[in-house]
Design a protein around this ligand. Structure first.
Ligand code: ZN
Length: 273
């Protein structure tokens, strides 16, 4: 390892230790620690592509991103608070939960809610208890799950409409889907183009090297059109005056909650007969 890399690693550790000091007005809702600050993502907002800033992309809070104690990221903390406020930790008791791209800490909280099933899956599993699954072709039966969670997944999937159709298929009638995803508050229509393939082009155009589209303001309607009803709520509606800065999360991000309507499931069944 070069001297430069060693110095950089030491500096990172020092910054992390300082961030752990319990002097600031920050608190991690996942591990409960008081903090001097959350750690930024890739150097913070100054490194966000100019186009993403101009398009007012609503995604991670890159300035207050990871907890220096438990390394939870802002999206995980925000989803935990959203789910808590919406009553999902009571709802999940005895229910079947499908958790795509499962976050480590959130998984622990879900287990604590005692669901009858908690299947964790991912396209590229990184642990023995995670099932290999493609969101566009889920290996699960129809109308099986009460809740499906895919937190910041749809922006990575080649065909988001096919993925939502699969989500509708595996949800039971009245089942819920939580589908957080970054989107632009400026774009009228979702932007995707198969020509934008290189890591750098995707970073500039969609905000991250492995994103395949940038959803626009039509994202809620686009998801609902595939067979879900929107129950989307803003941060303010659900979490009121909960300080985004204190808890390290992006208050511009709404709770992407959808439900599979009962009527649709009947029509699908009738159509299949
Ligand atoms: Zn933490």
């Amino acid at each position: 390892m070069s001297v430069k890399r060693i110095a950089s690693a030491i500096l990172r550790k020092v910054v992390e230790l300082i961030a752990r000091m319990p002097f600031g007005n920050h608190r991690c809702v996942v591990c409960g620690h008081s903090l001097a600050r959350f750690l930024p993502y890739r150097g913070g907002s100054r490194n966000v592509p100019a186009l993403m800033q101009a398009l007012e992309m609503v995604g991670s809070d890159v300035e207050h991103f990871s907890c220096p104690w438990c390394y939870s990221h802002d999206r995980e903390r925000h989803l935990f608070l959203f789910m808590q406020a919406a009553g999902f930790f009571s709802f999940m008791s005895g229910k079947r939960v499908l958790h795509f791209a499962p976050e480590r800490h959130l998984s622990r909280f879900i287990e604590g809610a005692k669901p009858s099933e908690h299947i964790k899956c991912d396209l590229h599993p990184w642990a023995d208890d995670i099932v290999q699954a493609d969101l566009m072709a889920l290996p699960f039966p129809d109308s099986h799950f009460d809740l499906l969670i895919a937190n910041h997944v749809l922006e990575h999937v080649d065909d988001d409409k096919r993925a939502v159709a699969e989500i509708v298929r595996v949800l039971r009638p009245d089942g819920f889907a939580i589908l957080q995803t970054p989107f632009s508050n400026v774009l009228e229509s979702t932007w995707e183009d198969e020509g934008i393939r290189s890591a750098d082009a995707r970073l500039q155009a969609f905000g991250q090297e492995d994103h395949v589209r940038l959803f626009g303001k039509d994202v809620f309607e686009r998801i609902a059109r595939e067979g879900l009803e929107s129950r989307v709520q803003s941060h303010e509606e659900l979490l009121g005056s909960c300080s985004s800065r204190r808890f390290g999360l992006n208050q511009r991000e709404p709770f992407f909650l959808f439900v599979k309507p009962r009527a649709l499931s009947y029509s699908v069944r009738e159509g299949a007969q």
